[in-house]
Design a protein around this ligand. Structure first.
Ligand code: NDP
Length: 478
């Protein structure tokens, strides 16, 4: 049979200007760390060093928080909502103007396919700033009283899976409500946050309203534990979320935690199977499965399990893995060597516990961090691959017979961030949505995001909501 290969369609990296080294963005300027050190950030698709980045030490954290406090007291909390909104609109428009550069930079530093950074991440970043710009002068109509007040200075720590998007989820509502921020991006993906620092400068944002300090976990800890913080917003692992919850207990710091997930994607026998296959692929292979709300557990009704799996495997055979900057790429690089080790380890545990492992034929590049799309069948609820967040392109398949069994299995997890339901029956969708203990339930779709829609978890997936009107509450004294 003739095969038709795709010709390479690489996006040019020439549009980004990565500097050999970066300082910290404090008080509206890039400054060298006082007591910090430096670390390298690499391209996960090639292992090539991209830049050297500052790791902020405790004095740098002090300095950033002092700048945020001065900006809060001196300018930002005194501006009208209308004027704050103007700045947010300006940030949104600059993100749009620099969209291509930001998408390429994100793909280079993170490893995600350009198709995703270009069509999902960056448009959503702009949409978040536009959305919260619209709220800035309407807070009195948001249902929190006539004149809700901001909290003060927010410490924001974000992960590496959606670096710029998580920055937008954190910064846009904080600023709209009148807070100032110090944000720490993840160690492996600092570059798009540093590009955003340049956007703040371009927007003439008053100095100190947004401060970006790079660094590793120690910097994050120093930031959230600092007494000069009024609000902590964290997205990342449940383990670090627990540490943060302990550190803020007994303080006045208002906290939102968006942690891990092990979402069930439930397919009933009346679902349109081809559509469900696309939803399953999008649910777990989008962003290499580095998604807290990924549909990592497929629950399929037994009567259609064989047919669905056949179609799914055929579809996975068509996914293209490789250069994140190639516009044809579906699956990019794993973000770091550590994450690759974790995915490998849990996949080996899956096999040793008795599940059956399958991947399509797939050539992995010689350099960089790669893992093929992988499906485990014969998975029991007790298996670690059914319980723990793998955070990689690995799907665990379980079956069920009745809707009640689907609910029991879907809810049998310490997490509760998201879920998917595939069925032809509207009444069943509503029944499932009521019973599923998940912050977001998608019906006949998966991994859809909109700034107007609140997002957040139950149980060990954290608390508080980001996005929508609900997302304002985390940044107001209400
Ligand atoms: P972490 O939770 O460690 O990282 C999230 C952010 O918190 C990063 O900016 C990190 O810095 C920072 N951080 C680390 N330790 C502390 C601390 N004690 N106090 C304050 N901030 C801290 O996630 P990892 O990157 O280590 O990933 C581990 C696992 O977590 C993954 O395998 C995945 O399962 C899960 N995860 C879940 C995410 C989600 O959205 N639900 C997102 C990311 C990971 P630094 O990057 O420098 O360590």
């Amino acid at each position: 049979m003739a095969t038709f290969d795709y010709a390479p369609a690489p996006e040019s990296p020439a549009i980004v200007d990565i500097q050999p080294s970066y300082g910290l963005y404090i008080g509206g300027e890039m400054v060298d760390p006082i007591d910090g050190s430096r670390f390298k950030t690499v391209n996960p698709a090639t292992e090539e060093v991209l830049s050297e980045v500052a790791a902020a030490g405790p004095t740098d954290v002090d300095r950033a928080l002092a700048a945020a406090r001065a900006a809060y007291d001196g300018t930002w909390s005194r501006l009208s909502g209308r004027d704050r909104g103007k700045y947010l609109y300006r940030l949104a428009r600059l993100v749009q103007e620099r969209a291509r550069e930001l998408a390429v930079l994100e793909s280079i530093d993170n490893g995600k396919p350009i198709r995703e950074s270009r069509d999902v991440d960056v448009p959503l970043v702009a949409a978040h700033f536009f959305y919260y710009a619209g709220w800035a002068d309407k807070l009195g109509y948001a249902g929190f009283g006539p004149d809700p007040r901001p909290l003060g200075v927010a410490a924001q720590v974000i992960p590496w899976n959606f670096p710029l998007l998580m920055l937008a989820w954190k910064i846009a509502p904080a600023l709209a409500c009148g807070n100032t921020v110090v944000l720490k991006p993840a160690e492996t993906t600092p570059l798009s946050a540093l590009a955003f620092a340049d956007i703040c400068r371009q927007a003439d944002l008053p100095p100190g309203v947004v401060n970006i300090i790079t660094g590793a976990g120690d910097t994050g800890r120093a930031l959230v534990e600092h007494p000069g913080v009024d609000k902590v917003a964290f997205t990342g692992s449940t383990e670090v979320g627990r540490q943060i919850a302990r550190s803020v207990a007994g303080t006045r710091k208002k906290t939102t935690l968006e942690l891990g997930g092990k979402a069930a994607n439930v397919v009933f026998d009346d679902a349109p199977l081809d559509q469900a296959v696309e939803g399953i692929v999008n649910g777990i292979f989008f962003n290499q499965g580095h998604v807290c709300c990924a549909g990592s557990r497929l629950l399929v009704q037994e009567s259609v399990a064989d047919e669905l799996l056949d179609r799914l495997k055929r579809r996975l055979g068509t996914l293209r893995l490789g250069d994140p900057l190639d516009k044809n790429t579906d699956i990019g690089a794993i973000n770091s060597a550590e994450q690759l080790d974790k995915i490998r380890m849990l996949s080996e545990v899956g096999e040793s516990e008795g599940a059956e492992r399958w991947s399509p034929p797939c050539d992995l590049p010689d350099r960089g961090f790669w893992f093929p799309p992988t499906v485990f069948t014969g998975v029991a609820q007790s298996h670690r691959i059914a319980r723990e967040e793998i955070f990689g392109p690995v799907l665990s398949v379980l079956t069920f017979r009745t809707p009640a069994e689907a609910i029991d299995k879907a809810n049998n997890t310490p997490y509760g961030l998201s879920a998917g339901v595939w069925t032809d029956k509207g009444s069943r969708i509503l029944w499932m949505a009521q019973k599923l203990r998940a912050g977001v339930v998608w019906a006949n779709t998966f991994n859809r995001f909109d700034p107007a829609s609140p997002f957040g978890g139950y149980k060990e997936s954290g608390f508080g909501r980001e996005g929508g009107r609900h997302g304002l509450a985390g940044y107001l004294d209400v």
